[in-house]
Design a protein around this ligand. Structure first.
Ligand code: PEP
Ligand code: MN
Length: 350
């Protein structure tokens, strides 16, 4: 349910609406747009909601009350009027006009590897360095990541290059240490439905990038984002990384259609990961290009100076030359897309 306030509603009147909602045991989520303020209502007490609707309608500052039957609340355009832009500082944004590029190795392996990769991706125009320190590996006998040592190396690379950092949080136990070093907390496909972890993310003051589960529907993915937002953290980025299908030739099937679909359903930014989406380095450049063409807000790409010797995912990592090529190509696509996007936005969200 949302209460749409009258255009001339004052701050004090808005607070009264919020109080009325919270008194009934619901959570109020105000959103002030250019012209209107709306207050979203979420909670689980349908009987009380009927009374609340009547009560809100009697308030003079309320223009109308709309009952929303969608399963999506905080992620949806019904609850927020402008697109979510995650501001990481120093001019780095996710969801803004400029395409965001997150690049780096699958895993942080050693100082030389991460610093060299950071320099390469920075020089090519990436804004964010990726690198796993706590790795969700299929086999317990595979390299599991350097843990805190890996986080320190990422921080060192940030210091030297000015890149922002994204790394995966696998376990609630590591929440504080990961948050100490990273700029964005990545939740991997395997943890997309770890609801205890998602609720914990609601308490942190860092953006969260939620990768799509390998067999998750769009609905499950957006509801997972609802968990984080409902727990108090609205800085959420979504990441399409392919889903498991019957095909054996690629690691996953990159679901490119999910990108514009989710953007129509939600104000959250959507990043595409063609590395995990295909599992083959020779497909990363064309599929990365395609993801930008369908309107992704950015891409996450695995880059390694020496993929043959990578400790994880070398087969899907770009060498520096191919990464530079991809950057040139997506910049060109993004430039010509800007005018199309503006036109589509008017049609889709008017
Ligand atoms: C990763 O990005 O390092 C990763 C493990 O990806 P995913 O969770 O999408 O498999
Ligand atoms: Mn990987």
């Amino acid at each position: 349910m949302i209460a749409v306030l009258k255009r001339n509603a004052t701050e004090a009147e808005k607070e009264k609406v919020i109080d009325a909602i919270e008194e009934k045991g619901f959570k109020a989520h105000p959103d002030t747009g250019v012209e209107t303020t709306i207050v979203g209502v979420v909670g689980v007490a349908p009987d009380k909601k009927v009374n609340l609707k009547e009560q809100l309608m009697t308030m003079s500052c309320v223009d109308k009350v709309i009952v929303i039957s969608d399963p999506y609340k905080l992620t949806s355009w019904n609850f927020k009027q402008d697109k979510t832009i995650i501001d990481l500082g120093d001019g780095v944004k996710v969801g803004g006009e400029e395409l965001t590029v997150m690049a780096g190795p699958c895993s942080v392996e050693d100082e030389e590897q991460i610093l060299e990769t950071a320099r390469v991706v920075k020089a090519a125009g990436a804004q964010i360095l990726r690198g796993g320190a706590f790795k969700p590996r299929t086999s317990p006998y595979s390299f599991q990541g350097l843990g805190e040592e890996g986080l320190k190396l990422l921080a060192k690379a940030r210091e030297e290059t000015g890149l922002k950092v994204i790394t995966e949080l696998m376990d609630i136990e590591h929440k504080d240490v990961v948050c100490e070093y990273t700029d964005i907390v990545q939740i991997g496909a395997r943890n997309m439905q770890n609801y205890a972890l998602l609720k914990e993310l609601g308490k942190i003051n860092k953006p969260v990038m939620l990768k799509r589960g390998m067999a998750a529907t769009i609905k499950e993915w957006l509801l997972a984002a609802e968990y984080v937002m409902n727990a108090g953290n609205h800085q959420v980025i979504l990441c399409e990384r392919g889903v498991r299908t019957f095909g054996e030739e690629t690691r996953n099937t990159m679901d490119l259609s999910s990108i514009p679909l989710v953007q129509q359903l939600s104000h959250l930014p959507v990043i595409a990961d063609p590395s995990h989406g295909t599992g083959r380095w020779e497909l990363v450049v064309p599929v990365g290009r395609a993801a930008v063409a369908v309107g992704a807000d950015g891409i996450m790409v695995e880059v390694h100076p020496n993929p043959e010797n990578a400790l994880s995912d070398g087969h899907q990592s770009l060498k520096p030359d191919n990464f530079r090529l991809l950057m040139d190509e997506i910049r060109a696509i993004s430039k010509s897309l800007a005018s199309f996007k503006a036109r589509e936005k008017k049609i889709a969200y008017a």
